[in-house]
Ligand binder design. Structure first.
Ligand code: ZN
Length: 220
């Protein structure tokens, strides 16, 4: 059943957030998207996101939080001088981790949403394919949800439709939503900024491809 309410989707133009965008369109009467620029090396993803939102007839807003990239010089997604960790180091997070990113995104999204009279937020984080990022965990999202409500004296609800889905189940959901081909050909997940199937080599491409292969095996 559709909520007679609006939702704001944290949207990056990748597989996960694109699936969330169409999930939100199915479940809410009005959907808007917010995309963040945070000093990421590949600005193509912003154009990809803008196009998907426009095609889906979803209002799109870009927020600049590039201050993030100035705070931590050790992140390979924002510092061109650093080569990307291919595996998770034994005693720390891979340098594809952007410290505080999801907290900052969701916090700014909530402030933006409140100004629009929107109190449902949607984010594509998942702890099933847990890449080692602490801010993709359900505990974190629930905790931040409480904090945002206290901070602004509102009743936000943060929706995480992918939380328990592995990548193959995210593909399955996009299929159920009728956007399997769109997600497969028009999104950008790759850390090296290559559309669709991507570079095939980075950790994000690997995860996406393995999920796709797993799903295609059981797809009728
Ligand atoms: Zn890649």
């Amino acid at each position: 059943m559709k909520h007679q309410e609006a939702a704001l989707v944290c949207f990056s133009g990748g597989q996960d957030s694109t699936t969330c965008l169409f999930w939100a369109k199915k479940h809410f009467s009005r959907v808007e998207a917010v995309c963040f620029t945070y000093g990421q090396k590949h600005s193509l993803e912003i154009e990809v996101a803008r196009k998907i939102a426009a095609d889906a007839d979803v209002p799109f807003q870009l927020l600049d939080v590039s201050l993030l990239s100035q705070l931590d010089p050790n992140c390979s997604l924002t510092n061109t001088g650093i080569s990307m960790d291919r595996e998770k180091p034994a005693d720390s997070y891979p340098n594809t981790f952007v410290p505080g990113r999801n907290m900052v995104f969701l916090t700014f999204a909530a402030i933006l949403a409140r100004g629009k009279g929107i109190f449902n937020l949607v984010t594509g984080v998942s702890e099933a394919d847990f890449s080692g990022y602490p801010d993709c965990r359900d505990t974190f999202v629930r905790s931040l949800n409480v904090t945002l409500n206290l901070a602004m004296d509102e009743q936000f609800v943060i929706h995480t439709p992918l939380m328990d889905r592995d990548k193959s189940e995210v593909w399955e959901l996009s299929d159920e939503l009728g956007v399997f081909d769109l997600v497969r050909t028009e999104t950008l997940t790759c850390y090296n900024g290559v559309m669709a199937e991507g570079c095939g080599d980075c950790p994000a491409c690997k995860l996406r491809r393995e999920g796709l292969e797993k799903y295609l095996k059981r797809r009728r």
